[in-house]
Design a protein around this ligand. Structure first.
Ligand code: NAD
Length: 236
């Protein structure tokens, strides 16, 4: 699979952080930490009950302090350091476990818990504290911060950069994602249309499994280090 591989795009989803103790959406029957997606991950939910949404993400942000990256995050960091070709790591996750696992270059297409977006000035600022208490925006001072998380119905970040990489890559690897959330779920078709090989690493068959050339089933903490070893041994 890795012979002649020079440009890799990796897409990760909530499944890569599951063994670190962060719930996925689907594991709880479409709920996120006991909340309906419509309530905590849509602009309409935020408009309806901003306190619920701000408090929810304050809790998710605080919960990051209680979890650690797992061997899957560490393996991707090792790949970044040792792979001689081009690598783009795209994550749908809003946690910071890739960075804490050692990856220096991570594209968070759905935003980050540790970032705030001001709805007055549109600026994004690093954020570690709470938002429920309506702190001022560090840029314009308006008390209009929201989580810098891309909600359903909103445009993910850096799609131009991602599609450019998908057009050029010779391998797309999708890790721990259900293949249910677009546009990320469509990356496999984009990559295939450009002639790339496509590999899925997931605990169970995903909605998009049949679209991949190869699908390996198992926990990310096992499958990802194995795959990284394979790529680096063949490339070396
Ligand atoms: P998802 O919850 O829809 O799917 C998770 C997938 O991971 C499933 O297919 C499941 O079979 C697989 N999985 C579960 N445990 C695994 C393991 N140990 N090893 C490998 N695979 C495993 O998540 P998604 O596809 O990322 O999409 C949902 C959205 O949820 C994303 O937009 C994301 O922003 C958001 N989200 C993020 C986090 C996070 O940042 N950690 C957590 C929950 C939801």
């Amino acid at each position: 699979m890795s012979a002649g591989i020079h440009r890799i795009v990796i897409l990760t989803g909530a499944g890569i952080s599951a063994e670190s103790g962060i719930d996925t959406f689907r594991s709880a029957g479409g709920l996120w930490e006991q909340h309906r997606i419509e309530d905590v991950a849509t602009p309409e939910g935020f408009a309806r009950d901003p306190d619920l949404v701000l408090g929810f993400y304050d809790m998710r942000r605080a919960a990051l302090e209680k979890v650690e990256p797992n061997p899957a995050h560490a393996a991707l960091a090792r790949l970044e350091q040792e792979f001689a070709g081009e690598l783009l790591l795209v994550t749908q996750n809003v946690d910071d476990l890739h960075e804490r696992g050692g990856s220096a270059k991570v594209l968070h297409m759905h935003g980050e818990l540790k970032s705030a977006l001001c709805t007055s000035c549109d600026m994004r600022s690093p954020w570690l504290g709470t938002m429920l208490d309506r702190p001022p925006c560090p840029v314009c001072q308006a008390r209009t911060l929201r989580p810098d998380v891309v909600w359903f119905g909103e445009m993910p970040y850096r799609m131009d950069r991602i599609y450019a990489a998908l057009e050029r890559c010779d391998l797309l690897v999708s890790i721990g994602t259900s293949g249910a959330v677009y546009p990320a779920a469509g990356f496999v078709q984009e990559a295939r249309a450009s002639g790339a090989r496509t590999l899925e690493l997931n605990l169970e068959p995903s909605e998009g499994s049949r679209l991949f050339h190869e699908s390996r089933l198992g926990p990310a903490s096992v499958l990802v280090p194995e795959w990284v070893d394979e790529v680096l041994s063949r490339a070396g």
